[in-house]
Design a protein. Sequence first.
Length: 154
Amino acid sequence: MADDDLDVMAALLGDPEVMRYYPRPKTRDEAQGWIDWNKRNYAEHGFGLWIVETTSGEFVGDCGLTVQRVDGVDDVEVGYHVRADLQGRGYATEAAAACRDHAAALGVRRLIAVIAPENRPSQRVAEKIGLSFERRGRSHGRDIVLYASALPVA
Ligand SMILES: CC(C)(COP(=O)(O)OP(=O)(O)OC[C@H]1O[C@@H](n2cnc3c(N)ncnc32)[C@H](O)[C@@H]1OP(=O)(O)O)[C@@H](O)C(=O)NCCC(=O)NCCS
């Protein structure tokens, strides 16, 4: 993810359908902040959310690894957002499975997904890449469900 992804990222994160489980869609400035956050993630952790494209280079969304704090504990999360018109084709599952495997290769021992309780599509993606419901919790002041899995030692 780089500054020249701002147009596609602002369209993705500004879409009320994509952001229906968030407090509200993001503004263009907030989308730039999202890109800046991921550039910091790459520098600090060596991973972050990455751009997802088809093999022909069409923008699909983002997916990747970030550090998230749930009830005061930091873990590596796999996260994903897919363009509304391209959902339901398996893109999130394919991208998230690749990120899970990359996390294991980096030596990450535990992978989580922090999901709104009513966000069943996201929970299905977590389940399909091998994460299981662990417990309810709080993150960024909101109720969440925590999906998690131990990762194999690389
Ligand atoms: C979550 C999201 C990334 C999934 O992307 P996707 O490319 O459509 O995902 P996939 O096609 O790989 O799989 C989606 C799964 O959810 C299921 N699903 C979709 N809508 C559903 C619903 N209303 N109830 C239950 N399951 C649902 C699909 O059937 C599929 O599971 P299946 O293969 O068992 O049938 C996409 O819905 C999205 O961008 N949502 C908005 C952003 C978001 O909430 N991100 C996650 C934040 S935690």
